[in-house]
Design a protein around this ligand. Structure first.
Ligand SMILES: Nc1ncnc2c1ncn2[C@@H]1O[C@H](COP(=O)(O)OP(=O)(O)OP(=O)(O)O)[C@@H](O)[C@H]1O
Ligand SMILES: [Mg+2]
Length: 426
């Protein structure tokens, strides 16, 4: 007699292993004891397709060999692995449901290592708007949810005070045993760390840039939100068995100071999607003219949101024909320009000036060149700080240019943000 595997457990484990909905459907029926023929009939597909789906599932569970032993092995893994795992308490807040997810294998592996083997306590996913921080965090959290007793996801987009946030987190993470009553946020943070030490919790804070200050250097908190800095520092440094994962368009100062491969505090800056993954977005939108897709990849630098927006416009304007769009050698920002306006407004005046200066330089500029080109005279140290700040806000990059005997650092701006500044901020 085959033991029944609860559907919820099956789904959770399947998600963790990246099993698709179609594969899950086939494997559920196989676990119910149905033959490939019967499953094929039920699902209206061929028996070969059923076996292919099952084969994929075995592969994802790293089960090799031949014959019926594989199904038995899968059943053994599902029952034994899951029997011991109590159902975690979860509150996904405004976390998005991730229906479609391309690429990011390396990032998922890195996060798995950091939160698993390395037992990291503070991890930041960083990068420009639309690059995919929220999506990656949601996908990853679904994959590892069973390793945590508690999981809570909160967005800081409405800039909640730290006190209000703690008043939500502490009762939840203590199973209503504790409430954040103290007016003193330091005591509240101690109470939170107490929760994080007693149980293994995954705490995800999204849209952290919403509590950061405008017109100043990177990673400074708005007035009244400084306590968040203490929260990050203490959660990163205190001893406990949980993890705070945060998403931000800017690097936080605490992360800059504390991150290190030797410490359980890490930052993962996200670049755009690789071409194979970016192409999937264009395919999904039903675009044609594949020989010109590279233009879209180069322009967007793999930013999935920018790609989705331009793809939707190409669909509307040219019936999806990329070749026709590329003839015009331009770009459609659509809503993406408004999405970039906010982080642009957060920059200091000097940072904005530097960006305006960089867009006119095709191959990047060195610090001395920049000093000359800036409209107002600025101290070298101020320019240095502004450049560092722009790097930590993911607007520019530094590259090393080698001459015969020496090397020089140049500062460059990526195509998409360059065109944005040219079009909307000059
Ligand atoms: N790996 C991916 N595969 C497919 N689509 C993706 C992927 N990553 C992101 N997207 C899509 O790109 C868009 C932007 O992603 P997301 O909201 O995660 O970006 P973000 O970095 O959190 O942006 P913001 O800084 O504005 O919060 C979403 O529509 C999302 O569905
Ligand atoms: Mg986001």
């Amino acid at each position: 007699m085959n033991p029944q595997i609860p559907q919820a457990n099956l789904e959770a484990l399947a998600t963790e292993r990246g099993v698709s909905k179609a594969e899950l459907e086939a494997v559920s029926l196989a676990l119910d004891g149905l033959s490939s023929q019967v499953i094929a009939q039920k699902l209206g597909i061929s028996a070969i397709a059923v076996r292919k789906r099952l084969g994929e599932v075995y592969h994802k569970f790293e089960i090799s060999g031949n014959g019926p032993g594989k199904l038995a092995e899968l059943r053994r893994i599902l029952t034994s692995d899951y029997a011991t795992v109590a159902s975690p308490r979860q509150d996904w807040g405004e976390a998005p449901e991730v229906w479609v997810f391309y690429g990011r294998r390396e990032e998922l592996a890195t996060l798995k290592q950091w939160l698993g083997k390395d037992q990291c306590r503070l991890v930041a996913l960083l990068g420009m708007p639309g690059i995919g921080k929220t999506t990656l965090a949601a996908k990853f959290a679904k994959q590892i949810q069973s390793q945590f007793d508690y999981l809570i996801w909160r967005s800081l987009s409405s800039a909640p005070s730290l006190k209000d946030l703690l008043a939500e987190l502490i009762p939840f993470l203590s199973n209503q045993q504790a409430v954040a009553i103290s007016e003193d946020v330091n005591e509240g943070i101690s109470e939170l760390i107490n929760c994080l030490s007693q149980r293994r919790c995954l705490l995800i804070l999204d849209d952290v840039e919403a509590i950061l200050r405008s017109g100043d250097r990177f990673g400074r908190y708005q007035q009244g939100y400084e306590g968040y800095g203490t929260l990050l520092r203490r959660v990163g440094e205190a001893e406990h068995k949980s993890c705070l994962l945060l998403n931000s368009q800017e690097k936080l100062r605490e992360i800059t100071l504390l991150e290190s491969p030797k410490r359980p505090i890490r930052a993962l800056p996200l670049a755009g999607l690789k071409p194979e993954a970016a192409q999937c977005i264009l395919q999904e939108k039903g675009l044609t003219g594949e020989e010109q897709w590279q233009y879209l990849m180069n322009y967007s630098q793999g930013n999935p949101l920018a790609l989705k927006i331009v793809a939707a416009n190409i669909k509307d304007l040219f019936d999806g024909n990329v070749t026709e769009f590329v003839k015009h050698q331009t770009w459609i920002f659509g809503d993406f320009s408004e999405i970039l306006n906010q982080p642009f407004q957060r920059l200091s005046k000097l940072e904005q000036e530097i960006l305006r200066c960089l867009v006119t330089q095709a191959n990047g500029v060195s610090l001395p060149e920049l000093k000359q080109k800036l409209p107002q005279e600025s101290r070298t140290s101020d320019i240095m700080e502004a450049l560092a700040s722009l790097i930590h806000r993911y607007w520019i990059e530094s590259v090393s240019r080698k001459n015969q005997n020496s090397s020089e650092t140049l500062y460059t701006i990526e195509t998409l943000v360059k065109k944005y500044v040219e079009k909307y901020q000059l």
